[in-house]
Ligand binder design. Structure first.
Ligand code: DGP
Ligand code: NA
Ligand code: NA
Length: 208
């Protein structure tokens, strides 16, 4: 074993409609991976703590209005402003568990009727996930979960459209996980996927 070689971290992305359990699962995944000796960090997009993120938060809580195009570019910029730190973390061997990423960017804007390719363009060149885990939950089930309906996009018709775009974006490499079972059971599935991906990803370079 070459002691000086740092295995790069793995970029794990959780996607899905609102209230599919991504945030809970992302937190649990980071805890378990860390406990098992894989340095890991939780990230989420939008990151509402930055200057851009504060404006995004104002939009999501309907405190401000913005054109569909302008907010789309802000969401993308909010991912771009994190890239340097993400690169540093990954190169230092830290696995990143990311609660939403560019697929949400495309799905939520394309669901408004904007051109799919136009939606994809600004996120071109972001680091590519080593795995995309899609938390699959029927919208009517998501609506029964706590807090649904508080923010701008949390409406049944819209979420159904978002889900349809996600299914258009999916590739054979995506892991589609049934998000209906218990929190612990979904966690076991995700931890398994994460560990398999960490083993595989360390052997290949980071992609854009
Ligand atoms: P969350 O904090 O994960 O609940 O996300 C907030 C909301 O913003 C949620 O309805 C999903 C939506 N969203 C996340 N990323 C993007 C994006 O890049 N573009 C758009 N238009 N919406 C997004
Ligand atoms: Na939400
Ligand atoms: Na969430």
């Amino acid at each position: 074993m070459m002691g000086s070689t740092i295995r790069r971290g793995t970029l794990i992305v959780l996607e899905g409609c609102d209230r599919s359990g991504k945030s809970t699962q992302a937190r649990m995944l980071v805890d378990s991976l860390t406990q098992e000796g894989h340095p890991s960090k939780l990230m989420r997009f939008p990151d509402r703590t930055t200057t851009l993120g504060k404006t995004i938060n104002d939009y999501l809580t309907s405190a401000v209005e913005m054109s569909d195009q302008a907010i789309h570019l802000l969401f993308s910029a909010n991912r771009w402003e994190a890239m340097k730190q993400m690169e540093a973390d990954l190169n230092a061997g830290t696995t990143l568990v990311v609660d939403r990423y560019a697929f949400s960017g495309v799905a939520f804007t394309a669901a408004k009727g904007l051109d799919l390719q136009w939606c994809k363009n600004p996120d071109t060149g972001l680091y590519a996930p080593d795995v995309t885990i899609y938390m699959d939950l029927p919208v009517d089930e998501a609506m029964r979960r706590g807090g649904f309906g508080e923010e701008r996009y949390e409406k049944e018709d819209f979420q159904n459209k978002v889900g349809q775009v996600f299914m258009q974006l999916r590739t054979p490499e995506w892991k589609i996980v049934d998000a209906s079972p218990s929190i612990d059971s979904v966690h076991t599935t995700l931890l398994d996927i994460a560990k398999t991906t960490i083993d595989r990803a360390a052997k290949s370079p980071l992609q854009r």
